[in-house]
Design a protein around this ligand. Sequence first.
Ligand code: NCD
Length: 308
Amino acid sequence: MVRSIIDTTDLSVEEIDGLIDTAEDMMEHPREYAHTCDGMILSTLFYEPSTRTRLSFESAMLSLGGRVISTPSADSSSASKGESVADTVRVISCYADIIAMRHHKEGAAYVAAQYSAVPVINAGDGGHCHPTQTLADLCTIRREKGGFSGLTVGLCGDLKFGRTVHSLINAMSRYEGIRFVLISPEELKVPSYVKNESLKKKNIPYTQVTDLEEVIGELDILYMTRVQRERFFNEEDYLRLKDSYILTPEKLRSAKKDLSILHPLPRVNEISVKVDEDPRACYFKQVLYGRYMRMALITKLLKEAGRL
Ligand code: NCD
């Protein structure tokens, strides 16, 4: 079976460091990589709406000299005729050298990887995980902080359904001296399976609070997230919880001078646009780093699969 990436823990910490090194080299010398993937085809197979992640994958492959095939939305294609994910990826494997897949069901990318003849990259599976967003997050954190050890990481918002949060916790739990501050409404706490597998198993210190202002001064990283409307069972709960946290310049007054503020985007209301001018805001750089990290990952997987 070829190697696929379902979550960040499929990559060792050394491999993640190597990917960040490659991404940084790609940022500095883009021309040297402009033909790395000549002749290669990426298929983006997205069963859920996405703008940035899909375009980021497409931009990454085009920047490497490769080409991209995709359907406007996977749900508007064979899935609507009842085709299984297993069959779809078996077919796409005949057309493409690598697949980036997003699906509304947790575990869908894992199933796809079992049947695909080419590497599958999970571009988000339901409320489960989203490893390439985490690669963008890790690249941002390393560039801002110089490394990962000893950081106090605050995750704020929808920690229940936010798959980027789950992947980031899984990834960062592997570094020394990390402490998490989990800030969410009662109903949107980190699921116990994530706490059990990452935090409790490795004795990582964490606290769970509902008030952002109470803890903002302790944080080195503040990772804001959107309340995931599409995963709620009813609209009333969403409306009640959607504006639980809004980061403003006033709230940032008690934060550290070298805090880094991240957000996977899209932003709805969680960060006031007034914060965008603050030098601690990193969320647009994070988008750029995501493109280069995807370039690095695509190249690595295609090489390992013997296609490059
Ligand atoms: C995230 C996602 O899809 O989970 N977005 C992204 O990939 N940049 C976060 C979100 O949708 O809130």
